[in-house]
Design a protein around this ligand. Structure first.
Ligand code: C5P
Length: 400
């Protein structure tokens, strides 16, 4: 089930650390490669030697171990993994993660990683129920950290309640879910997202109200199906999801280059709100009032249509090209015409009139238009729209 997956396992200093030895074995039974990291206090509970023997890997222990930096720096170590698992995640480790501290190897890896993080909390019941841990948990969940457990039961300290680390089979199941159901394994999808900024001069630009929420949700949903996602994003309000290859751009022309560089791909989803025009006479230095009362005249020129370009590629066209259409009236008619004009396979159309609250909001009501006609979906959270679209994309490219 986990064949070829590389798991960075951070073992925190709690009594449940002994269960992590079994976790290493079970993860390896499933075909995973486990790279273990021990915190200082974890070494009081399990020895580096037993961890290393069970993982059949070197144990990473110290941020300032220069041999390790030469071999594999901490940034690379944190990113070479497919998933980062923290088990046991102590109250202290959770607090560090929530606060963004990076003062030892484990916390630095957690700050430096661009991969998903799954934690298996383990602590005394009072510590678990403490308002500080509640707060930290909420922060971590808001940051997209996945959580498994804790379970309720008798604790090593003699108390009863929630705080026991989840059992190993439960953690393995959560690892499998975090790595995706695998139906899009070995598939590559390009997703564009967010607005573009078109400069007027070095400090001013033209932009639009796209938040990047739907594009980010699309990338996350495709990742959850196991796809490799290249996420080309303009300056969006929402941070990019973890576990995707992020390429940050500003202008439409930069977005075009990034999309071209990301090929070949099995599918491409164009959720970005690309500026149709850029300022042709953009100034290299800040434009100043000259006291004459005359406003500068901006001249516009059309930006390349990235979607249309990819949809009409003669060689190496992705099997499925999906465009988005933000419309304010005659949604279906306009989007149907747009599909033909752009040459894409599907158009995901939505009504972005201000009264719908869709642009910048949490929900979306879409019409999916393909060669057979239009299908209206109910109003759903953007994450749910993304999940359903991702599943349809997997079906369409035969990745099931
Ligand atoms: O023409 P319009 O901007 O309404 O088309 C929307 C679709 O085309 C979106 O999928 C958007 O990402 C894509 N697009 C593009 N490059 C442009 C303009 C739009 O990829 N220059």
């Amino acid at each position: 089930m986990l064949t070829g997956k590389r798991i960075l396992l951070i073992i925190g200093g709690g009594i449940a650390a002994f269960k992590s030895l079994d976790l290493i074995r079970r993860l390896r039974d499933q075909g995973a490669l486990v790279v273990p990291v021990l915190t200082r206090s974890a070494e009081e509970f399990v020895t580096p030697l037993s961890v290393s023997a069970l993982a059949a890997q070197k144990v990473y222990r110290d941020l300032f171990d220069l041999t390790d930096e030469a071999e594999m720096g901490h940034i690379e170590l944190s990113r070479a993994a497919d998933l980062v698992v923290v088990a046991p995640a102590t109250a202290d480790l959770m607090a560090k993660m929530a606060a963004g501290l990076a003062n030892d190897l484990a916390s630095t890896l957690l700050m430096a990683t661009d991969k998903r993080v799954l934690i298996a909390p383990s602590m005394n019941v009072r510590m678990w129920e403490h308002p500080a841990t509640r707060r930290n948990l909420a922060v971590l969940q808001g940051d997209g950290v996945l959580v498994v457990g804790p379970d309720e039961g008798n604790m090593a300290c003699g108390e009863y309640g929630p705080g026991r680390m989840a059992d190993v089979p439960e953690i393995i199941e959560a690892v499998g879910a975090a790595l995706g159901d695998g139906s899009m394994k070995d598939r590559h999808v390009i997703v564009t997202s967010g607005p573009t900024h078109e400069p007027i001069d070095p400090v001013r630009y033209i932009a639009n109200r796209s938040s990047g929420a739907q594009g980010g949700a699309m990338a996350a949903a495709l990742r959850d199906l196991g796809a490799r996602v290249t996420f080309v994003t303009g300056p969006a309000d929402v941070p990019p999801p973890a576990g995707v290859d992020v390429v940050r751009v500003e202008t439409a022309r930069e977005m075009l280059s990034a999309v071209q560089a990301a090929h070949p791909a099995d599918a491409a989803v164009f959720a970005a709100a690309v500026a149709d025009w850029r300022v042709e006479n953009a100034s290299g230095s800040k434009m100043k009032k000259d006291g004459s009362g005359n406003a500068p005249a901006l001249e516009f020129t059309e930006n390349p249509d990235i979607l249309a370009g990819v949809a009409r590629m003669e060689e190496g066209r992705p099997k499925l090209v999906v465009g988005f259409a933000a419309e304010t009236d005659n949604v279906v008619e306009n989007a149907t015409a747009k599909r033909l004009r752009k040459g894409c396979d599907w158009i995901v159309a939505n009504d972005v009139s201000s009264e719908t609250g869709i642009m910048g909001g949490d929900e979306n009501a879409i019409v999916l238009i393909d060669g057979d006609g239009a299908e209206s979906w109910p109003r759903l959270p953007k994450a749910e729209v993304a999940k359903r679209l991702a599943r349809r994309i997997a079906d369409a490219i035969g990745a099931v």
